[in-house]
Design a protein around this ligand. Structure first.
Ligand SMILES: Cc1cc2nc3c(=O)[nH]c(=O)nc-3n(C[C@H](O)[C@H](O)[C@H](O)COP(=O)(O)OP(=O)(O)OC[C@H]3O[C@@H](n4cnc5c(N)ncnc54)[C@H](O)[C@@H]3O)c2cc1C
Length: 411
């Protein structure tokens, strides 16, 4: 099949549906191939305000509101030298005062349905086996669907295959961050207590050296509770990951207090949680977005934001390339430079924050050093801007543009 589509997108997670939705909205013919049948389970349930401008751009604000997910107005932490939990609210400085805690099966399904409405052709249970190349140019993909194996060609391919990272694996281009080789174990509880008022939707992060616990409340009174620590911590304990989680929950302070009286309603799940940045995020005829380009430790719940913001930038890049094929190399380079600059800030801060021994104000000052060296805001506000994913590091990752930008205005 040639010339039927302008773009083929691999993967129907937040990165894939953002890229396909925006390109469809701008009049491109898009095919999205997704391996699973939706709705499907996925980890990554706490959003940050940095997703909101993309959701707006997709025209999905109202339908997301109708999902009835609990609003997340801030985060609460038991971290640093402060013996009491401390809280920051997004509306102290962000233009988006809240975001949501979502069950990803529902959230991703909603975005998949929305991209269909915007005009994307979506095929579920379509497993992309390999990318097809003519010389060094990617010209399509081969996928299996039912008993068929099908080749589809298009001028541009977007790899949004998540941690399957089909392009990065093909080019052996996954750059692991050796200091962030973590493992996560998590489960779900029903009941327990919540903070009062708007803080009821806050994620709670509690440091438990050498790792940390999360508690994410949902609107149906269940919550997601997990422990993240270096993989070596789990192996050295000699315990099953589930028992490590239970042990850490038993030692916890704030998370344990909130879980008092709650009943576990799920089996414990685990995932390898190793951070990486791909050494190349694009090539002739293709571009990567979301986890297919980079994955950063979930400490600040940045995964879906990074997926949607990178996919939004990738969609703009692809849209420009389709208009100006001769500028492809510079447009792709600009995308990679912009996204790397954004990732560098996030990962530098995650590394700094992993040291729980600091004064709370030191975390704020580090945020200022990274995002606001001219000291235009208070250091606490810089911290909130940074953890919200709304930091402006490069025009490519700016959250302001609402329409496709031209190659010259984005470089
Ligand atoms: C323990 C843990 C906790 C996390 N917590 C958070 C959190 O609280 N908040 C947050 O924002 N993020 C969190 N994340 C990160 C988040 O899960 C991801 O960053 C996010 O889902 C990335 O979105 P994506 O669209 O790039 O990939 P995905 O959401 O993984 O979507 C990729 C899609 O591609 C499909 N696919 C894969 N291979 C193929 C193929 N060959 N053919 C066709 N389709 C294919 C998959 O089925 C999938 O649907 C967490 C991650 C971990 C490990």
């Amino acid at each position: 099949m040639r010339d039927q589509y302008d773009v083929v997108v691999v993967g129907g997670g937040p990165a894939g549906t953002t890229a396909s939705g925006l390109l469809s909205k701008w009049g491109r013919r898009v095919l999205l191939l997704e391996k699973e049948k939706f709705p499907r389970y996925h980890i990554g349930e706490s959003l940050v305000p940095g997703v909101m401008p993309v959701i707006e751009d997709l025209g999905a604000t109202q339908i997301l509101e109708e999902l009835g997910a609990i609003r997340k107005y801030g985060i609460s932490l038991l971290w640093g030298d402060n013996p009491e939990p401390w809280t920051v609210r997004f509306d102290e400085v962000c233009p988006f005062p809240y975001t949501y805690e979502v069950k990803r099966a529902e959230f991703d399904n909603l975005l998949l349905a929305h991209t269909r409405r915007l005009g994307t052709t979506v095929i579920e249970e379509a497993n992309v086996r390999e990318a097809l190349f003519e010389g060094d140019r990617c010209t399509g993909v081969r996928y299996s669907h039912s008993d068929d194996v099908i080749d589809v060609h298009a001028p541009f391919i977007i790899d949004a295959s998540g941690q399957a990272k089909i392009m990065a694996r093909r080019f052996d281009a996954v750059g692991w961050h050796s200091d962030l080789k973590n493992l996560a174990a998590w489960t779900y509880f029903q009941g327990g207590s919540r903070y009062d008022g708007q803080a009821a939707g806050n994620i709670v992060l509690e440091n438990r050296p050498p790792g940390w616990l999360w508690l994410i409340p949902f609107s149906d009174r269940t919550c997601s509770v997990g422990f993240v620590a270096p993989s070596t911590e789990f192996t050295a304990s000699g315990l099953k990951p589930a028992d490590v989680l239970y042990q850490r929950l038993d030692e916890a302070l704030e998370v344990k207090r909130l879980l008092a009286g709650a009943v576990e309603v799920s089996q414990v799940r685990t995932a390898k949680d190793w951070s990486y940045t791909c050494e190349r995020m694009s090539g002739p005829g293709f571009i990567q977005a979301g986890d297919a380009a980079a994955f950063i430790d979930p400490l600040f719940s940045t995964g879906v934001m990074l997926a949607m913001r990178s996919a939004s930038a990738a969609a703009r890049a692809v849209n420009n390339i389709l208009d100006e094929p001769d500028s492809e190399a510079s447009i792709r380079q600009s995308y990679e430079d912009g996204y790397r600059a954004f990732l560098d800030v996030v990962i530098s801060f995650v590394r700094f924050f992993y040291d729980p021994s600091k004064k709370v104000v030191e975390y704020f000052e580090k945020a200022r050093e990274l995002v606001d060296p001219m000291e235009q805001l208070k250091a606490r506000e810089d911290f909130i801007i940074l953890i919200s994913g709304l930091v402006a590091t490069h025009p490519i990752m700016d959250y302001v543009p609402k329409a496709p930008v031209t190659a010259s205005s984005s470089s």
